[in-house]
Structure formats: C-alpha cells, structure tokens
Design a protein. Structure first.
Ligand SMILES: Nc1ncnc2c1ncn2[C@@H]1O[C@H](COP(=O)(O)OP(=O)(O)OP(=O)(O)O)[C@@H](O)[C@H]1O
Ligand SMILES: [Mg+2]
Lengths: 278, 324
C-alpha cells in the first residue's frame, strides 16, 4: 500500500526525463541527419520530404580540394586550440583572482572580462581592428588568436568562476597545513577537481573561436584563413550541399578534438593519482 | 615543541576577532580550547598555522618567530571542523598526501597509510572513496591524514563533533594516546567541557576574542576568576554571608534534615544524581547529590531543612589571577 505512491512518482519522473531526452535527441540528431542527407543531394525542393536528385558533386569537390582543405583544417584547429588553451589558462587565473582574493579594482576587472558579452560583435570587431592595425597585429595569426581570445574569455572566466567558487579556498588551506606549497596546493588539489569545468570552458572557447566569421575576416584580412571563413560563402550562395558537407566535417573534427582533449585530461588525472570528481 | 603567542591581534577587515591574545604552551602539553561559538577559536588555530595574517603580535614556535613563515614550513597541522578531505582522492590517497608532498618512498607511504588506518580503526579502507564514507569515518581519515604529516603541533578543531558517544570516547582516547606516545603537543577545540576537564593538562577558556582564564582543569573548576568562567564549567551558588559573597558549587552544599530556616522547594531526580532547590533566607540555592543520598535523606518538597556549606567550598575569586 505504502509503496504505491512512491512507485507512481518514480514512473512519472522517468516519463518526463524520457520525453526531455527524446526532444533533445530530435533537436540534435534531426538537423545532423538532414545535413548528412544534404551532402549527397543535388536538388531538394520544397515540399518534398525526400531529395529529388542525388549526387556526389559536393563530396567530390571537397575531396579534390583535400590538400587545401587539410591545410585549412589544420590551421583552424591550431588557432582554435591555441585560443581555447589560452582562454582556459588565463580564465583559471582570472577566476581565481576574482573569486578568492580581494584587491582594488576587482569590480572593474570583472566588468572588463564580461564586457564582450554586452558589446555588439560588429562594434567590438571594429574597435579591435583599429587597435590591432596600430599594433601591427592585423593580418597576422597572432592577431586573430588574440581577437578570438577576447571573445571566448568571458565564457571561460564565467564557467571557471563558478567552478572556483564551488571548490573554494578551504581544501588549499588544508593542503598548505599538510605541507604543500601554494603551487602544490593548487596543482594537486584544486586543479584536478576543476578538470571537468576546465574541459567545459575549453570546449566553449574552442567553439566560440572556431565559429568566428566576421572577426576573423576583419582581423585576418583574408590572409588568415579558417574553416568558417571558407564555409560561410557557400552557405550564403545557396550551395547548400557543399555547405552541408563542410558542416559535417566541421562537426566530426570538433568532436574528435574534444574527445582527444578529454582523453588527455583523463590521462593526466590518472597520472596524478586522482579520479574525476563528478 | 612549545608555542608562545604574544599580544596577537587578528581582524577581518574592520571587525577585530582576536584581541591582544596571549597563550603559552609547553612542549608536549595537551591543551583544550573552549568558548562559545564565534569567539575566535578557529581563527586562533588558523593564525597559529599561518593561514591568517596576524595584525600585530607574535606567534613563536620553539622560540622562533613565525611572522612571514609559510604554513607548510611551520609543522603545525590542523584537522578542521569541516574535515576538508580531498574529494577526488581515496581515503588512502588522502592520508598519503602529506607524504607524497614530502617525497616519501611509495613503499613507506603504503606502510604508513595502513598503520594509520589501523590506528583509527579503519583497516582496509585504503581504496574507499570519500563520498562513500560516513561522517565518523571521514573524521577518522582526517585525523589519520594529519598524523601522516608528522606534525610538531597538532591543532584539532572540534574533530569529533557529531560522532556517537562511543566512537567519540574512542577517538578521544586515541588522540590522548597519540599525545602520550609521541609527546605530540596538541590543542583541542571542543564544546564538551567534560572532555576538556578529563583530557587536558591545561584549559583555555575564550570569550569575545580574549582568553578569560588559562589554567589546569582543577584550578579552572575550583578557582574560576569570574562568574562567567565559574558558570561555564558548572552551576554555582552565590551566597550572601554577611558583607561578602561566597561561591559554592551545588555538590558542595549539604542538606541536613534538622533545620528550621530553610525549606525544600523542588526536587529533580535524575537517576545517578539529583537536584534539590532550597529556599533560604539569603535566597534560593541549588544542591546536588547522588540519587542514593537523596533517598537516604528522605525529604519532600515543603519540608523544613538546614543547609551546610561543605568544607573548602567557599570560592572567592583567586587573588591576582585576573592577569593570568
Ligand atoms: N573569513 C572571515 N571573514 C570575516 N569574518 C570572519 C571570517 N571568519 C570568521 N569570522 C568571524 O570571526 C569570528 C570568530 O570566528 P571563528 O570561526 O574563529 O569562531 P569559533 O570560535 O571557531 O566558532 P565555532 O565554535 O562556531 O566554530 C566570528 O564572529 C566570525 O563571524
Ligand atoms: Mg570554529
């Protein structure tokens, strides 16, 4: 008798989570599936549910240019990984300073890190370009990396601030009295616990960097080519099958990069005798 | 090792938490730190360990001034109130942490971990995850980890609160045994006065960021410097006798059946002990006695009785103790 209401609650919860899960899957899988179909489609006019004409033109085109594309991907991945790594490193330190320490001008620093959230991207890009021209950073990879970094840092800092606040200073205090230096306390205690958050921040920053179009175009001046720079014109010109082929590749590469970094983090945790704290 | 604190002042921003605090702990002593919540006990421990900047004043360990010496170089280990076990390590890894920092050989680490786990009665818990342990088990792991750091001064911030009676007594015994065997200078923060009276060489009672009295258990109970201290360790009767006031603990008052001027007001029987409230011409007094004494006395509320102040119970504040 007494168990029944409990069971009912449990069952309902399952249904709700199931529905959410299904919607989630549909929201992600469906577009991806459509994209996959598009890569081999020549004509797919409304209102048909299935393409009228298939062809391998898009894939052919891409494979023919594979040498150029490999280079393109390599440079894109390197730029975005560099941005993500810098964002995570700077973000971790900034978050620490903002969460754990009191210093004059703290409010201002926080405001500056989240400012890119608030300023429209175009206005921001203009400002950055003018500054970078003066600094001689325009049309350079370094310039693009820094510009992307400014965009992705707010995400990194926000995520890492939450993480740092959750971990707090208490465990480091404990490590200190157990004989650890400040550095050891951070690297052996806080950092391993922060790994999941750091991974999120990394992925976020990576994506933000990888998808920058306008900013890359402006700062890179066409000299620095990234994947997005090459892809966007196809999207705009209506060459949908080529755009979709690019997108699919984009997706695969992103997932691969994330998987690799997760592996690295996992390996690193294991080497330091720790397990993921979930 | 010995510890000496001279006129220590600690403040958080504008609020001063410790005021001109002085404390002297000899090598190998066991000190209990008592005081109401928020009086600054944890703050004092953190200052000793170097986790807080001292405003003014000195902390001396073995005669050496600790100002500006980093926490990891002081040899003072705190077991915190909230334990602070590292959640991403197993129990064994937690205990091995201080040894890993020192670069102790892996084999030695293993041995020490299993020996310490045995000492805290958690043999075989090496690979247990922290979040899969009970509160009491975590407290014991925290203690073992502190010991693995080879402390010169062990600072225990209420590490046994919330343990059940038996385990609490066992852990108390363990701490005392460790103290005896290793001559480990120990400071124990506790809310339990019985524990403090039982275990300590000396007790420091704090209030509002100051030490009210610092003395042996016997003295602090028998010769409290003021009412606050007196009442902290037990009930007290303040009896007007002519022009002066005498302080008498309830157990030092005796009720005699043949009396005229006093009257039994209330009797509370509590098994082993009993409390009797008596109306006297000088006001109400509280007497305590064993349960069997009460039965032998055979009194009931309303009975006329006499009161005798037992020998050596008058406890006027000890002269010249105010300054400690
Ligand atoms: N980081 C801090 N910032 C500001 N005030 C603090 C801080 N830590 C402690 N305090 C204040 O200092 C006072 C003493 O705190 P402390 O933790 O030393 O008390 P305690 O004696 O250990 O109390 P309890 O028995 O409850 O643990 C308290 O009034 C507290 O509010
Ligand atoms: Mg405290």
């Amino acid at each position: 008798m007494r168990e029944e209401p409990e069971k009912a609650v449990k069952k309902r919860r399952f249904m709700i989570t199931d529905i959410i899960l299904i919607m989630f899957v549909l929201a992600i899988i469906l577009p991806v599936a459509v994209m996959l179909v598009w890569t081999v489609t020549e004509r797919w006019a409304w209102p048909d549910l299935w393409p009228q004409v298939f062809s391998l033109r898009a894939l052919d085109g891409i494979f023919q240019r594979s040498e150029v594309l490999t280079k393109l991907f390599a440079s894109s991945i390197i730029i975005s990984s560099a941005v993500a790594l810098l964002s995570v490193a700077i973000g971790t330190m900034t978050a620490r300073a903002l969460v754990l320490y009191e210093f004059p001008g703290k409010g201002l620093v926080y405001f500056l890190t989240v400012l890119p959230f608030m300023v429209p991207a175009t206005v921001f890009a203009m400002g950055v370009q003018i500054t970078f021209i003066k600094l001689g950073l325009n049309n350079t990879v370094a310039g693009v990396v820094i510009a992307h970094l400014i965009c992705s840092l707010p995400y990194g800092v926000r995520l890492l601030m939450d993480g740092t606040a959750a971990v707090g200073a208490r465990l480091e205090e404990q490590a200190r009295v157990l004989g650890a230096s400040a550095g050891q306390a951070f690297f052996r205690v806080t950092l391993p616990i922060l790994i999941p958050v750091i991974l999120s921040a990394f992925c976020m920053s990576y994506i933000v960097s990888f998808s920058q179009y306008f900013l890359t175009l402006l700062i890179g001046g066409g000299q620095v080519k990234t994947f997005t720079i090459v892809m966007v014109p196809y999207l705009q010109s209506g060459d949908r099958n080529i755009a979709c082929a690019y997108s699919v590749i984009f997706l695969c590469i992103t997932l691969a990069v994330f998987a690799i970094f997760e592996k690295i983090a996992d390996r690193w945790s294991r080497n330091t005798d720790t397990a993921f704290y979930t | 090792m010995s510890l000496r604190i001279e006129n220590l002042n600690v403040a958080f921003g504008e609020t001063k938490v410790l005021h001109d605090l002085c404390l002297d702990i000899a090598d190998g002593e066991f000190i209990s730190l008592l005081g109401a919540s928020g009086c600054g006990k944890s703050t004092l421990l953190k200052s000793i360990a170097g986790l807080l900047e001292a405003g003014t004043g000195k902390v001396l360990i073995d005669g050496k001034e600790m100002n500006g010496i980093q926490p990891q170089k002081r040899g003072t280990v705190i077991v915190f109130q909230d334990l602070r076990l590292f959640p991403h390590m197993t129990a064994g890894k937690n205990i091995a942490f201080p040894m890993r920092i020192r670069g102790v050989q892996k084999e030695r680490q293993k041995e020490t971990v299993s020996r310490l786990l045995g000492q805290v009665q958690l043999t075989g818990y090496e690979d247990r995850k922290i979040r899969e342990m009970s509160g009491g088990q975590m407290q014991r792991v925290a203690l073992a980890r502190a010991l693995a750091a080879d402390p010169r001064l062990l600072l225990l911030d209420e590490p046994f609160s919330g343990l059940d009676e038996r385990l609490r007594a066992e852990m108390g015994e363990l701490v005392r045994k460790l103290h005896r065997e290793n001559r480990l200078t120990t400071v124990l923060v506790t809310h339990d006065k019985q524990e403090a009276l039982k275990f300590s060489d000396r007790i420091a009672l704090m209030s509002g960021g100051r030490i009210l009295q610092y003395d042996t258990p016997r003295n602090i109970f028998r010769h409290p410097i003021n009412r606050e201290v007196a009442e902290y360790f037990g009930r007290m009767n303040y009896i007007r006798d002519g022009g002066k006031e005498i302080w008498v603990r309830p157990f030092d008052l005796r009720i005699i059946p043949s009396g005229e001027d006093c009257r039994v007001k209330d009797i509370v029987f509590m098994g082993e002990t009993a409390e009797v409230t008596v109306d006297t011409p000088g006001g109400e007094v509280l007497c305590m006695m064993t349960g069997s004494d009460l039965e032998a006395l055979g009194i009931a509320p309303g009975d006329p009785v006499g009161i005798e102040i037992g020998r050596k119970t008058g406890m006027a504040p000890a002269e010249g103790r105010e300054k400690m």
